[in-house]
Design a protein around this ligand. Sequence first.
Ligand SMILES: [Zn+2]
Length: 123
Amino acid sequence: MKKDGLNGKIFKIGDLIVLAVFIIAAALAIYFMTKPTGSEVYIYKDGKLLEAVLLSVEKTVKIDEHITVKISGGAAYVLKSDCKGQDCVKAGKISKVGEMIVCLPNKVVIKIVGDGEVDYITG
Ligand SMILES: [Zn+2]
């Protein structure tokens, strides 16, 4: 048995493994680069952007003494509000791009936004 021949074969298999790892790494890199980064919650007060919070975080945002917004489990909702109709509280959770909760008495708008790709998909 020739040692050189055996070594040559192992070397080729090694090349294939290196190539396969390279292809997987490249595919993963492309996957992560094109994957949507996730939606955000924009909270407006008096028509001005007060805070932008990622939907992926757990956060309670006290806008003022009248209204508190909660971001939890990939959705946003009005935790409590002292407005008369309580429509914003009744609106429940929003999580899809373009959805919003408006509290007119408190002049608060909570809006779900996505990155450019998500915007195009949902129109
Ligand atoms: Zn309200």
